[in-house]
Design a binder for this molecule. Structure first.
Ligand code: NZQ
Ligand code: ZN
Length: 388
């Protein structure tokens, strides 16, 4: 393990009936609250009413920004940042999935800056300050509830860009597994594919020995593989939803990062799919990940696949290494496409090769992705081709 700093100061309320603490928590940050949410799932589920009741009974003043899009748009972030300035908002409360939370983070940053919020993402303008962000998570997937990152889309320029800063870490997050009972099968599967990918991006690394952290990642991956089918079969299974929710936070809250390699691989490739085609993040990752694994498999990397295959999928350790590696990729494909029912190819989601070259260049920022294996734009293009 190399040197690293672990500092994720998020207060988490986990479990059912914790929302009664929302008012008192919000009060710590001021009296004027901007509530952000997505396209209406929280109204259908009744969560909206509970949240508003909490805010009102704490005597706080409520402002609202609804309609945050999946793959949240920069226009919505600009609108929210403008509202914060105009209404002198003290804290931003995001009730939703990763999209709503990510948008809230950059709204909170935009509220404290003179620049266009897009500059934080496209120009590398550092986020020095942000309003406090409080979250009520409704979908187990991105880990945004406990991490310092956000990803925003600009469809005008076909860009989906991520950024992060300590100021963007939520101050308090409410994780009630019962609010995820209403998540569709499709979004449940996409969320699980995202959690798995966050773990695999860290786990597949040849450069260091991370015995303890590898073990934690393996059990988190096994948690996703064990409980997603249960949640798909029985959406209101508390244990399944609880395990998925907590795994989503721990996959990316900094704990398993033993001193990361410079870059992730599948995420930059996926963000281009979302930027060009507005597809669901987890679906893009599901299609890409097994192909990326196949592309990176050779004599120099096979030992990591063996560890993965044996420890996560229980494959017989006595088999030849390459056989274990290929079986492991096969098991992963079976989980993603057969068990969870996600589309297997880009063709199935109407993505043809038209933009592969441009997307590959952008995924590599014109240079290369220095991940598990270094990937040039030509490599990335080949991986996109393998997904057709
Ligand atoms: O908008 P509403 O009506 O709320 O519906 C949402 C949306 O349509 C629905 N949903 C959420 N909770 C629900 C529910 N439906 C029923 N019941 C509930 N309880 O699900 C749909 C997808 O929501 P979204 O927030 O887009 O999903 P997710 O949490 O997967 O977030 C995806 C976004 O996060 C980014 C992705 O790139 C993508 O833009 N990521 C953020 C990361 C981070 N902050 O660290 C890391 C990730 O790798 C990822 O890039
Ligand atoms: Zn992700």
């Amino acid at each position: 393990m190399k040197a690293f700093v672990y500092d994720i100061p998020v207060k988490v309320y986990f479990g059912e009936n914790q929302l009664g603490n929302l008012g008192q928590e919000l009060k710590r940050f001021g009296t004027r609250i901007l509530l952000t949410y997505g396209g209406g799932s929280i109204k259908k589920s009744g969560l909206y009413e509970k949240v508003v009741r909490e805010i009102r009974s704490a005597g706080l003043k409520l402002y609202e920004l609804s309609g945050v899009e999946p793959n949240p748009r920069i226009e919505t972030v600009r609108e929210g940042a403008g509202m914060c300035k105009e209404k002198q908002i003290d804290a931003v409360l995001a009730v939703g999935g990763g999209s709503t939370i990510d948008a809230a983070k950059f709204i909170a940053a935009g509220a404290c800056a003179d620049c266009d919020p897009w500059d934080f993402l496209a120009e590398g303008t550092p986020v020095k300050k942000a309003l406090p962000v409080i979250t009520v998570l409704t979908l187990a997937a991105t880990g945004s509830e406990m991490d310092p990152y956000g990803v925003i889309t600009n469809l005008q320029t076909n860009e989906k860009l991520g950024g992060g800063a300590p100021a963007l870490v939520p101050k308090v997050s409410f994780l009630d597994p019962t609010v995820t009972y209403t998540v569709s099968k499709y979004q449940t599967a996409c969320g699980s594919a995202d959690i798995l990918s966050h773990l695999m991006e860290e786990y597949f690394d040849m450069n260091q020995d991370l015995y303890m952290l590898d073990g934690v990642m393996e059990v988190l991956m096994k948690t996703v593989i064990r409980y997603t089918p249960v949640a798909l079969e029985k959406p209101d299974d508390y244990e399944a939803r609880a395990n998925l929710m907590w795994a989503s936070s721990w996959a990316i809250n900094g704990f398993v990062v033993g001193a990361s390699k410079p870059e992730w691989s599948c995420h930059p490739m996926e963000h281009e799919l979302s930027a060009f085609y507005d597809i669901t993040h987890g679906l893009g990752l599901a299609i890409l990940t097994p192909r990326w694994l196949r592309y990176c498999l050779d004599e120099t990397t096979v030992s990591k696949y063996v560890q993965f295959g044996v420890n996560v999928f229980g494959i017989d350790r006595s088999l030849p290494s390459m056989e274990i590696a290929n079986k492991a990729i096969g098991e992963l494909e079976h989980f993603l496409f057969d068990v969870m029912g996600l589309a297997r190819t880009l063709g199935e989601v109407n993505i043809e090769e038209e933009h592969f070259k441009a997307m590959a260049q952008k995924a590599c920022c014109g240079k290369e992705i220095r991940g598990f294996k270094t990937l040039t734009p030509a490599d990335v293009e080949k991986i996109y081709q393998m997904c057709r």
